[in-house]
Design a protein around this ligand. Structure first.
Ligand code: ZN
Length: 293
């Protein structure tokens, strides 16, 4: 009898801990629907690799297409508070005021927001958004530029000085980790090669409270700025965290094992403040690219 009771108790506790594991999956919402990039191709890639980690339940909210009537937009009203983290793969028309306010409240209340590549091109006229992303694809008069000098120091370039947003020719380039202690970048090689992508430069904005995790050298030989441009950073917004990576122009760029680790670990960290996802064994190195497929 006693044994039976123990066995029962054990199986119940196993069942309970199993359900707890399932409940620990983070709910992640991708937003897409408009972009000057092929979001129809990249959202499935994001969904697949995030799901494969086993850490996320991924949902997608798609906005109406460009020039839709107001009643189509009234149906776009994601309940951000149902999610642990929101990932923007969106670059298009401004969202309705109530959606913008909801996102601001969600992040300031402790929600996580992840910005991938051209998502930072969106919403130049939304002040809270610019605060959250720090730097966006804007002209050089728009705001500050932030770079890292040769001594590893953060330099804020005033509005009007130096280049505005742009990129040179697509190429493979080295990501240089600037914060080796941050949970997202911890354990990564000091430098690792990223699969062919655009290397954004001259991004502009308020540039406040930017914690830069990694940069890339923008080489004039490929049309760059001769500066170390920020590639991965995070910004606190109220109680929430906004995590940005400028990588991820196209499907092939997103197949980089390094990119996928950055987005998955960045999403987990923006949601929880911790990273449990390990770096894969085939993570790229300073000498070797690594792509899925
Ligand atoms: Zn691009």
């Amino acid at each position: 009898m006693r044994h039976l009771f123990l066995a029962l108790a054990l199986s119940v506790s196993l069942f309970v801990s199993h359900s707890a594991d399932a409940a620990e999956k983070l709910k992640l919402l991708i937003i897409d629907g408009q972009n000057n990039h092929n979001w129809q191709a990249t959202t499935p890639i994001l969904t697949e690799f995030l799901t494969k980690t086993g850490r996320f339940d991924v949902s997608v909210a798609t906005t109406p297409p460009k020039n839709s009537p107001a009643d189509a937009w009234s149906k776009f009203n994601p309940k951000f508070s149902d999610y642990d983290v929101v990932l923007s793969n969106y670059n298009g028309e401004e969202w309705p005021e109530n959606v913008k306010t909801n996102l601001e409240q969600y992040v300031s209340g402790g929600g996580g927001l992840v910005i991938v590549h051209a998502a930072n091109n969106a919403f130049p006229n939304w002040p809270a958004w610019n605060q959250m992303i720090g730097l966006g694809w804007r002209n050089n008069k728009y705001g500050k530029r932030v770079i890292i000098d040769d001594n590893g120091k953060k330099v804020l370039v005033p509005a009007g000085e130096g280049p505005g947003a742009g990129h040179g020719r697509q190429h493979e380039y080295a990501i240089r980790v600037r914060d080796t202690q941050h949970p997202v970048t911890h354990g990564m090689p000091a430098e690792w090669l990223h699969t062919k992508d655009e290397l954004y430069h001259g991004q502009r904005g308020p540039g406040q409270s930017m914690n830069i995790l990694a940069t890339a050298y923008s080489d004039p030989e490929t049309g760059g700025t001769d500066a170390h441009e920020p590639m991965i950073w995070w910004i606190p917004y109220g109680k929430g965290k906004v995590f940005t990576t400028l990588m991820g122009h196209a499907d092939y760029s997103m197949q980089c094992v390094g990119f996928q680790s950055v987005v998955a670990r960045g999403s987990e960290w923006a949601a929880t403040g911790e990273v449990t996802l390990p770096l894969p064994k085939n993570f790229p190195t300073a000498e070797k690219l690594s792509s899925v497929e």
